[in-house]
Design a protein around this ligand. Structure first.
Ligand SMILES: [Zn+2]
Length: 280
């Protein structure tokens, strides 16, 4: 047996981008058109609360730090079919843990296409540590209870539910999300994740271009600016956020259809079918 020709198979995020019909020139043109963007709507989000809002395909939305650093969770749904939503795990696989400029926010199966494209993070533009994390998850009251022993605390899960409720969406719709303006470091030796105080300053923003008609929901996380550990919820320094929605006058490119392998569905004979049964 010969192994000398075996090479390490690198998982290259940039190659993924290039292979997934990514048109860098389109987004660079879009960026150059920035002075022509028109502010359509601003939405204030108070500390420890959440709101959802519609963003049309071709519009840009910004999450703005109005007073100072404040961690935010972001959920995305296809406005016309909320079964299609942001898929944090596969976004991390394709784009990396820290989302870069023009990184795309992918949707779940069977759609699996970019829902939005990440345009700008001002913290990183200043040369700072990346603050947009694609590995999903948001805080829950259960997490706060686990870490602090205090029951019934506010959480991004509650804020997210309150945000989507007016649009008829429920807990089963609240998928894993994107973490925005959160300073997360990953220890390469043991894989442990740690959060420290966000480097954001007043006026910092993260900006996204809608590839589809979207319903976006955000939560101003009770973790606040990330200064204190989860065991000290009473100390958190929390603040508001603002959403700004801009029209760009540019239509997104249509993402090409995947090959439809589903025409070859497995056929199951009645005698081969297995019923799921609860253990008794
Ligand atoms: Zn949270």
């Amino acid at each position: 047996m010969r192994f000398q020709n075996v090479t390490t198979n690198h998982w290259n995020v940039q190659e993924n981008l290039d292979h997934a019909n990514f048109d860098r020139e389109f987004y660079e043109d879009l960026n150059r058109g920035r002075p022509g963007f028109k502010l359509k709507r601003s939405i204030a989000i108070g500390p420890r609360s959440g709101k959802a809002f519609v963003v049309k395909a071709g519009e840009i939305f910004r999450i703005v730090e109005t007073e100072g650093p404040q961690i935010c969770d972001l959920w995305l749904f296809n406005r016309k079919n909320p079964k299609e939503h942001f898929w944090s795990n596969y976004t991390m696989v394709l784009e990396g843990v820290y989302l870069k400029q023009y990184g795309r926010l992918w949707s779940n199966m069977p759609w699996f296409r970019p829902m939005a494209t990440f345009m700008e993070e001002t913290v990183r533009s200043r040369g700072g540590f990346p603050h947009i994390i694609s590995f999903g998850s948001h805080c829950t009251s259960e997490l706060w209870e686990l870490h602090s022993g205090i029951k019934g605390l506010n959480s991004c899960h509650i804020n997210g539910l309150n945000a989507i409720a007016p649009f008829g969406l429920k807990e089963e719709n609240l998928h894993d999300n994107l973490n925005v303006h959160m300073k997360v470091e990953i220890n390469p030796n043991d894989g442990q994740v740690s959060v420290s105080k966000s480097d954001c300053v007043r006026g910092d923003y993260a900006e996204f271009f809608a590839e589809l008609d979207l319903l976006a929901a955000v939560s101003a996380c009770p973790l606040g600016d990330g200064s204190y550990p989860n065991s000290m919820p009473e100390k958190m320094i929390v603040g508001p956020l603002e959403i700004e929605i801009y029209s760009t006058g540019i239509r997104p490119k249509t993402f090409p259809k995947w090959y439809n392998w589903r025409t070859n569905k497995p056929r199951i004979k009645k005698e081969d079918s297995i019923e799921l049964k609860a253990n008794t």
